[in-house]
Design a protein around this ligand. Structure first.
Ligand code: FCB
Length: 452
C-alpha cells in the first residue's frame, strides 16, 4: 500500500474559514461576513470574525504544518483583503500576509498551492450583481493577475476557483450559502460567470507567469442510480452538477442535454460570443473534492417548488443517505472516490488529477489532552486506499489533501462541525493535534498507509 514516488500529501484550508481578522489591514466585508451576520443564516449565528485567528497565529500554524511533515499546503487568498473595492486599487498590506505565508511555507520545505477564490466575494461586487453579472468575472481576472504578480513563482500551483457548484447553486438557488439567493436563473448565470472567471483568471495568471501550473477544483458529484429511473436522474444531475463546469472548461461547450433540461429557465443568451473559447484554457491538473455519494431516482410526482440546488432537475429525488454517516449526515462510500477518479481518467486520459479535499466531520471529544478520533482515521485510511485503487486502475493521481488542517468555520454550520486533523478550542484558540494528525504524519513519513 505505497504511494508512487513524488505523490503529494498535504492539507487544505480556506481563508474565511480560518483567518479571522476580518476588519484588519484594509480588508472589506465579503459576502460571507454579511451572510453570517444576518440573523438565522448560520448555526447559532456563528461568523468568521475570529475563526481560528490564523491571521495572527501564522507562525504557530506554519510550525504545526512542519511538525506534521506536510509536503504541501492548500490555502485560499481572500479577494477582499487584496482588492478591497473589488476592482481597482490593490492593497499591499493584504498581499503581504500571503507573501509571509508563502515564504513561511517555503522556509519549511512545504509547497504552496494557492486557490484564488474560495467563496469570499467582496460584498461591494455582490451589491453590483455578484456572480449574476459578467463584470464579476472581469474583476476576478484583474485580481488574479495582481496576486500572481505579487506571489510570483513562489507559488507552485494556481487554482482559480474552489467548487463553483457550491458558489453558484448553494449560493444563488438553494440559498443556504452566501449570498443566500433562491433564484434558479441567477444560479445558471452564476455558473456561467464562474466558468468565465476561471478562463479569464487562468489567462491573467499566465500573462504574468507564463510557466504557471494552473488548476481548478470541482466538487464532482458521484451518483448511485436507484431503480429503473435512476440512470435518467443521474444523467440530469450530472449535467447540472458536473458537466456544467467540465463541459465548457475542458471541452469548450455546454452539454446539449443541460441546455435542454434548463430551457424553461433560460435560453442561455447570457453566454456571449467568445466566452466558450475564453473558458477553455489548458489546465495542468484538475482538483477533485470528494466526500460522499448520492442515491438518486426520478420522483413519482413533480416536487413542490422549493429552493433546491438542483436547478432544472426538480423531477429528481435524492434519497436519504444510508449509514453509517459522518457528523454532516453524509454517507461513507470510499469506492465512490475510485469510481470518480477512474471515470475522469477514462474521459480525459491526459489530465493529471489531484484530490484537493477529502475528510470527515465527527463529534470529537478531548480526553486528557488528546482526541482519539478513530472514526476519522478509518475514513481517511479507506479513502486513501480508494485513491490507491484508482492509481492501480490507471488514474494519473498526483496527490491528496486532507480537509482540513484544523477545525474551522464550516460555512452555514458554523463551528458545530469539526473536520480538522488538529483540534481547535474555540475559547482559547489552542491547537491540539488529534490522533488522525499523528496517523497522517506517519503516512507521510513512511509513504505507507498505516493501519487504522
Ligand atoms: C467543501 C468546501 C470546504 C469545506 C468542506 C467540508 O465543500 O470546499 O470549504 O467546507 O466542503
Amino acid at each position: 500500500m505505497r504511494f508512487p514516488e513524488g505523490f503529494v500529501l498535504g492539507s487544505a484550508t480556506a481563508s474565511y474559514q480560518i483567518e479571522g481578522a476580518v476588519a484588519e489591514d484594509g480588508r472589506t466585508p465579503s459576502v460571507w461576513d454579511v451572510f453570517s451576520h444576518t440573523p438565522g443564516r448560520t448555526y447559532g449565528g456563528d461568523t468568521g470574525d475570529v475563526a481560528d485567528d490564523h491571521y495572527h497565529r501564522l507562525d504557530e500554524d506554519l510550525d504545526l504544518m512542519a511538525s506534521l511533515g506536510l509536503h504541501a499546503y492548500r490555502f485560499s487568498v481572500a479577494w477582499p483583503r487584496v482588492v478591497p473595492e473589488g476592482r481597482g486599487a490593490v492593497n499591499r498590506a493584504g498581499l503581504d500576509f500571503y507573501g509571509r505565508l508563502v515564504d513561511g511555507l517555503l522556509e519549511r520545505g512545504i509547497t504552496p498551492v494557492a486557490t484564488l477564490y474560495h467563496w469570499d466575494l467582496p460584498q461591494v461586487l455582490e451589491d453590483r450583481g455578484g456572480w449574476r453579472v459578467r463584470e464579476t468575472a472581469e474583476a476576478f481576472a484583474e485580481y488574479a493577475g495582481a496576486v500572481a504578480e505579487a506571489l510570483g513563482d513562489r507559488v507552485d500551483t494556481w487554482t482559480t476557483l474552489n467548487e463553483p457548484w457550491c458558489a453558484a447553486f448553494l449560493g444563488y438557488a438553494a440559498g443556504v450559502h452566501a449570498p443566500g439567493a433562491t433564484d434558479p436563473l441567477a444560479s445558471l448565470r452564476a455558473a456561467h460567470h464562474l466558468n468565465l472567471a476561471h478562463g479569464l483568471g487562468a489567462q491573467a495568471v499566465r500573462a504574468v507567469l507564463p510557466d504557471a501550473k494552473v488548476s481548478v477544483t470541482l466538487n464532482l458529484h458521484v451518483f448511485r442510480p436507484e431503480g429503473e429511473t435512476g440512470p435518467e436522474a443521474a444523467r440530469r444531475l450530472d449535467a447540472v452538477g458536473n458537466r456544467v463546469f467540465l463541459g465548457p472548461m475542458l471541452e469548450g461547450a455546454y452539454p446539449a442535454d443541460l441546455l435542454e433540461d434548463t430551457s424553461a429557465i433560460t435560453d442561455w443568451s447570457f453566454v456571449q460570443d467568445g466566452d466558450l473559447e475564453a473558458i477553455r484554457q489548458p489546465i495542468d491538473v484538475l482538483g477533485v473534492n470528494y466526500y460522499s455519494t448520492s442515491h438518486v431516482r426520478l420522483r413519482d410526482a413533480p416536487a413542490e417548488p422549493e429552493p433546491s440546488p438542483w436547478t432544472g432537475a426538480d423531477v429528481v429525488e435524492v434519497l436519504p443517505p444510508e449509514g453509517p454517516l459522518t457528523d454532516m449526515g453524509w454517507n461513507i462510500d470510499p469506492a465512490g472516490l475510485t469510481d470518480l477518479l477512474v471515470s475522469l481518467h477514462e474521459t480525459y486520459p491526459d489530465l493529471p488529477l489531484m484530490v484537493t479535499e477529502n475528510g470527515a466531520a465527527f463529534p470529537d471529544v478531548v480526553e486528557d489532552g488528546a482526541v482519539h478520533d478513530r472514526d476519522r482515521i478509518d475514513y481517511l485510511r479507506r479513502h486513501l486506499a480508494a485513491a490507491q485503487d484508482a492509481i492501480a486502475r490507471g488514474a494519473d493521481l498526483r496527490g491528496y489533501f486532507v480537509w482540513s488542517l484544523m477545525d474551522n468555520f464550516e460555512w452555514a454550520l458554523g463551528y458545530s462541525k469539526r473536520f480538522g486533523i488538529v483540534h481547535v478550542d474555540y475559547n482559547t484558540l489552542e491547537r491540539l493535534p488529534k490522533d488522525s494528525a499523528r496517523w497522517f504524519a506517519e503516512l507521510i513519513r513512511t509513504g505507507d498507509l498505516p493501519d487504522a
